[in-house]
Ligand binder design. Structure first.
Ligand SMILES: NC(=O)c1ccc[n+]([C@@H]2O[C@H](COP(=O)([O-])OP(=O)(O)OC[C@H]3O[C@@H](n4cnc5c(N)ncnc54)[C@H](OP(=O)(O)O)[C@@H]3O)[C@@H](O)[C@H]2O)c1
Length: 401
């Protein structure tokens, strides 16, 4: 805490309700919060929230800082790829009072506990639990302010083979998260979705579409409760388990790369970008939005060129449940979509939703008639060289050609 004399030396007066030290990247800074105003202390002077020279960067950081500070957060699927990156980001940059990891497998939690020990991070709690178990979720969400719902079964072939298992986790589990949040005065819930939920052709995508619909609709029947539900939808996470890049990295050793179809394209997002979008959603959500980031696409043949330029290509044909191009916003959803500089928002079909006010609040514009957002019609593409750099930065630091 800063001393009273520091506050007075800065010329600030009023009812100070918080003065804390926090970090923006490598910089250590102090922030002081008065009733409704926030000040950031730089070595040479003190800036108010609205006048900082690096306004956007700083505003986002201090806002999220105060948004998560002393709040209790629960992440379902907290031991997964997204969950771990989310936990690391929150622990490194912000100071929640409690951060609960909720998942089934004790080994994953044990291993995560070695990486993030509770002795070093006393706010961390590891809860064994299944999202299919509503009673356990209700217990885990006691006193929780913010829920991030990342738990899912997400392997397309496994979902096709075990359909009701996927429905139980992804659909019934989603409804349980909603019920538990409503039973516990949770204020914000952000659920993760996938591009496969847009015009789904496989069961995994269909269950995630059901989940999206459940979270959006929850805003309609929440009654007097002060809770908002929103969804974040994005595409292939670079290097995630079972995705094309680790697969090609492994197969490159054989000198032959199987290509499903030379026309195939995919979106690309890094884990950190996914986490940042969730934090952005937490900061800006009204409840009912599906947030979709603007991210680049790649051609699968460019990934092959980036990883093993001299290898032989074997065309194996598109597999059941796969699309040539992934979609994040269908043409029909496009009718109801607002564009911002770095993302889109598919608006909810809610009677009280005011699209004009939303556009005005965040400086957005409605998408034109016929708009759709597919990895095949994207305006931003990764080159072979960019794919290589991203692999080095996010998948395998020892990777080189
Ligand atoms: N990876 C991608 O490319 C991608 C792209 C778009 C969207 N998404 C979405 O992002 C979210 C997170 O994905 P991810 O890549 O982090 O997945 P992941 O690495 O497979 O992690 C899944 C997490 O969910 C937990 N889990 C699974 N079933 C559960 C259940 N019934 N109850 C409680 N926890 C359960 C798993 O732990 P236990 O097994 O120990 O329970 C694990 O912690 C998912 O909703 C996914 O649909 C992922």
């Amino acid at each position: 805490m800063l001393g009273r004399c520091s506050l007075l030396a800065g010329g600030l007066r009023g009812d100070c309700i918080g003065a804390e030290r926090f970090e923006i990247g490598a910089l250590k800074r102090y922030a002081i919060r008065f009733s409704h105003r926030c000040f950031l202390i730089y070595p040479t002077r003190i800036f108010e929230d609205s006048e900082c020279p690096i306004r956007v960067f700083r505003r986002i950081n201090t806002r999220i800082y105060f948004m998560l500070k002393n709040r209790s957060i629960l992440v379902t699927g907290g031991t997964g790829s997204f969950g771990k990156c989310f936990v690391r980001t929150v622990l490194e940059k912000w100071a929640p009072s409690r951060l609960v990891v909720y998942s089934r497998d004790e080994l994953k939690q044990y291993e995560m506990g070695l990486e993030f020990p509770t002795a070093q991070y006393p706010c961390l709690r590891y809860f064994i639990g299944d999202v299919r178990d509503e009673a356990r979720l209700k217990r885990a969400m006691e006193g929780v302010d913010i829920v991030i719902h990342a738990a899912a079964l997400k392997q397309v072939p496994a979902a096709e083979y075990n359909p009701f298992e996927c429905i139980k986790t992804n659909v019934l589990g989603a409804q349980n998260v909603i019920e538990a949040a409503m039973a516990n005065q949770v204020q914000q819930v952000v659920a993760l979705s996938t591009d496969k939920a847009a015009a789904p052709i496989n069961l995994y995508g269909a269950t995630k579409l059901c989940s999206d619909k459940l979270f959006v609709a929850a805003n309609n029947y929440k009654g007097h409760r002060d809770v908002k539900f929103s969804v974040v939808r994005y595409g292939n996470v670079m290097g995630s388990r079972g995705s094309v890049i680790p697969f090609f990295l492994d197969r490159a050793k054989t000198g032959v790369l199987p290509i499903t179809d030379e026309r195939m394209t995919r979106f690309n997002i890094t884990l950190q970008e996914g986490v940042d979008l969730v934090l952005y959603a937490l900061e800006h959500m009204w409840g009912g939005e599906i947030f979709v980031p603007k991210i680049p696409s790649y051609r699968v043949t460019d990934v092959a060129d980036a990883i093993a330029p001299g290898s032989r290509r074997e065309i194996v044909g598109i597999r059941p449940g796969e699309k040539l191009h992934e979609e994040m916003i269908t043409e029909t959803d496009g009718l109801n979509t607002i564009e911002f500089n770095r993302h889109f928002v598919i608006q909810p079909a809610m009677p009280l939703w005011d699209a004009d006010k939303y556009c005005e609040a965040f400086n957005g514009r409605r998408c034109q008639y016929g708009f759709k957002y597919s990895s095949g019609n994207n305006s931003e593409w990764l080159s072979v060289e960019q794919i290589r750099q991203l692999i080095q930065g996010h998948v395998d630091s020892s990777f080189q050609i």
